[in-house]
Design a protein around this ligand. Structure first.
Ligand SMILES: [Zn+2]
Length: 382
């Protein structure tokens, strides 16, 4: 356990890319970092030990899901999330703002917060900045996120400005209700849709409030990679250099490489885990669909350069068989592989920044170059 304040040490830079180290109440995280998503206090199909073995140092959990089931107070009574899910490392919790907009039924937004019905059982709940921060404290998150309204895409400039304004007022209330503890952090979230001047206004508002880190929200929601990169170009330089930057919900290997070049330190995405459960594998060369008949008698491993159990112990033919037979081991092995792939990619990115050659990961992971040129959909390369 590291004592002392939450902070990032920037160890090396290459252009705008930053190689750093986060210090939290539950240990350190090498950055740029990818955080596996453990929405309901579990990275689906993985034990915590397996998650750690992929190289992951921090996981993401979700305040919205956990407040509905099993309940934030219950998690607190049971010793907090780290103990509850047996993950001793750092945890970041999403505030619930995004999920309340995308999952909850009959939501009703007012200045003070959001009233909504649970997508699980229809019961009525209310989430405000104050309650969201309380939920995240009860859960025991090392990094809490400000409660915000994720601006839908597309949104007119006027709608994006209004939504951003509300999120900035909620950010101020989130900060006011956050109790500072050594090693624990609260991040603000830059909104403003696809309008650079709104993004700049949002970044300035958050900086004035003062957060331990800054996230970029409302991106990767359908605006396309070029627009997302333009928003990062317009925003990253406005954020304090001595605080971590987190691009929420992103993404594909090419998205991550491009965002690292623009100064982002932290990422999360359901892609490696969700793809693993649907027979989609990230390999250094291309995406593979293990359900495809061409793998039925392929004795080769998924990815010869990968050190994960799926690649060390099994053939593509066996993985194909598991998915055809609906065996749960298929989802487990492919999730393990995809998470290992993402951690290997991040390690290559960190080494690239250290060596000053930001193109190095493209040679080792040609899939990142391929997906950079292609449409943003994740499709199997034939
Ligand atoms: Zn593997």
């Amino acid at each position: 356990m590291s004592a002392g304040p939450f902070r990032i040490e920037v160890l090396k830079t290459a252009g705008n890319a930053r190689r750093g180290r986060l210090f939290t109440a539950h240990g350190t995280v090498e950055t740029p970092a990818f955080m596996p998503v453990g929405t309901a206090a579990t990275v689906k199909a993985m034990t915590p030990e397996a998650v750690r073995e992929t190289g992951a140092e921090i996981v993401l959990a979700n305040a919205y899901h956990l407040m509905l089931r099993p309940g934030a107070e219950r998690i607190a009574e049971l010793g907090g999330l780290h103990r509850f899910m047996n993950w001793p490392g750092p945890v970041l919790t999403d505030s619930g703002g995004f999920q309340v907009m995308s999952l909850a039924k009959l939501r009703d937004i007012d200045e003070a917060g959001v009233t909504f019905r649970s997508h699980i059982d229809g019961t009525e709940h209310r989430l405000t900045p104050e309650r969201s921060i309380e939920v995240q404290r009860l859960i025991g998150a090392d990094i809490s996120m400000a409660f915000d309204e994720c601006t839908p895409f597309p949104a007119s400039r006027e709608d994006a400005a209004q939504s951003m304004g509300l999120s900035m007022r909620w950010a101020e209330r989130s900060k006011a209700s956050f109790s500072a503890r050594p090693g624990y952090a609260l991040f603000g979230i830059v909104q403003g849709g696809v309008y650079p001047e709104l993004r700049a206004e949002s970044a300035a508002a958050l900086k004035a409030i003062g957060f331990d880190g800054y996230a970029l929200g409302g991106l990767a929601v359908g605006e396309g990679r070029e627009t997302m990169f333009r928003m990062l170009d317009a925003t990253a330089a406005l954020l304090p250099a001595d605080k971590p930057r987190y691009l929420m919900g992103v993404g594909r290997p090419a998205d991550i490489l491009g965002a690292v070049r623009r100064g982002v330190d932290m990422f999360d995405c359901v892609l490696p885990t969700r793809s693993g459960r649907t027979a989609q594998a990230f390999t250094r060369g291309a995406m593979l669909n293990l359900r495809n008949a061409r793998h039925a008698s392929a004795d080769a491993p998924l990815d010869a350069a990968c050190r994960c159990p799926a690649c060390r112990g099994f053939s593509r033919a066996y993985l194909h068989h598991l998915f055809k037979a609906d065996e749960i081991l298929g989802a487990m092995l492919l999730t393990w592989h995809n998470l290992t792939f993402y951690q290997d990619l991040m390690r290559a990115v960190r080494e690239a920044i250290e060596s000053g050659n930001l193109d190095a990961p493209l040679a080792a992971f040609p899939i990142a170059a391929a997906t950079a040129a292609a449409a943003p959909a994740v499709a199997e390369v034939p």
